[in-house]
Write a protein that binds this ligand. Structure first.
Ligand SMILES: Nc1ncnc2c1ncn2[C@@H]1O[C@H](COP(=O)(O)OP(=O)(O)OP(=O)(O)O)[C@@H](O)[C@H]1O
Ligand SMILES: [Mg+2]
Length: 267
């Protein structure tokens, strides 16, 4: 078993006054605070360049914070992991499905081998790994035939699903999904969202779900954080924020989202 968060901990991700500047550049994450609760989904929405992926990168250890805290399962991730053991523990606590899976999938490694490796990292006994790989492929709607392919032989949506399957292989406490379903057509998107909802119900996995699609937010999230130019402009439950947005930026986002009865503004 991995080291789970303390069972009584309701909050599995706590971002507090997080600030990020890349090098000597401008502030791209500007005093951001929010939480992700156990077994719940927090959506992070906002325009391109708002700082969403940067927050995911800090939580997963791919980027450092300039100041503030990014606490996952009680451990501050703005402090770099000191050892391979620390990194491995952090990997079992939180996994990132990156916006561009090309950046993390090994281009020479076949899908099946990548998933076998992930299952091994999770401590699945050797003889049970092939069954786990088949189960993971099935979860995200891929077949055994895909196991023999390398990433460049897959479509963008298939690659995205491999990245999700690989992240799920470690059964993390927290999954950060960065636009993970955005490239999928609606039927596969619905299938993946159903899988994520089911896993949350069965395993209590918490999700930080980065998306620009407010329709998806309604389907999957409990809480939502609206980010603009690195700052939180509005946050709360999905019902409250999308049902009665207080900030004009949230109102603008909602007004530009197609939904039943939506009429495009005439040009
Ligand atoms: N490695 C980097 N070095 C320098 N600047 C960066 C780096 N990564 C991101 N930025 C800058 O930080 C800002 C926030 O980028 P980020 O990728 O977090 O935005 P985002 O909200 O994920 O946008 P999108 O919706 O387009 O994915 C942008 O202005 C971007 O140019
Ligand atoms: Mg991004």
């Amino acid at each position: 078993m991995s080291e789970p968060c303390t069972p009584t901990d309701d909050v599995v991700v706590e971002v507090e006054h997080l600030v990020k500047c890349y090098g000597t550049g401008p502030v791209v994450v500007d005093d951001v605070s929010f939480q992700v609760r156990r077994g719940r989904t927090t959506a992070l929405v906002g325009e391109s360049g708002a700082g969403k992926s940067t927050i995911g990168a800090i939580l997963s250890g791919l980027a450092s914070a300039t100041s503030g805290r990014a606490v996952v399962c009680g451990e501050d991730r703005s402090v770099a992991a000191r050892s391979a053991r620390d990194r491995s523990r952090r990997g079992r606590q939180l996994q990132l499905v990156p916006q561009d899976p090309y950046t993390t999938l090994d281009p020479t490694q076949r899908v099946g081998a990548a998933l076998l490796e992930a299952a091994a990292l999770r401590g699945v006994p050797r003889d049970q790994r092939p069954a786990r790989v088949a189960e993971l492929l099935d979860l995200v709607g891929l077949g055994e035939a895909h196991a023999d392919l390398v990433p460049r032989s897959l479509s963008g949506g298939q690659r995205q699903r491999v990245a999700i399957a690989r992240a799920l292989a470690t059964r993390p406490e927290v999954l950060v999904l960065d636009e993970a379903v955005s490239a999928l057509d609606v039927s596969v998107q619905a299938q993946v969202l159903n899988v994520l909802n089911r896993l949350q119900r069965d395993l209590g996995t918490a999700y930080l779900f980065v998306t620009h699609d407010l329709g998806v937010v309604r389907q999957i999230a409990h809480d939502v954080v609206v980010l603009r130019a690195g700052q939180v402009v509005e946050a709360g439950t999905v019902d409250a924020v999308l049902g009665d947005p207080q900030h004009e930026y949230t109102q603008l986002l909602l007004a530009s989202t197609p939904r039943p009865g939506w009429v495009p503004v005439a040009r």
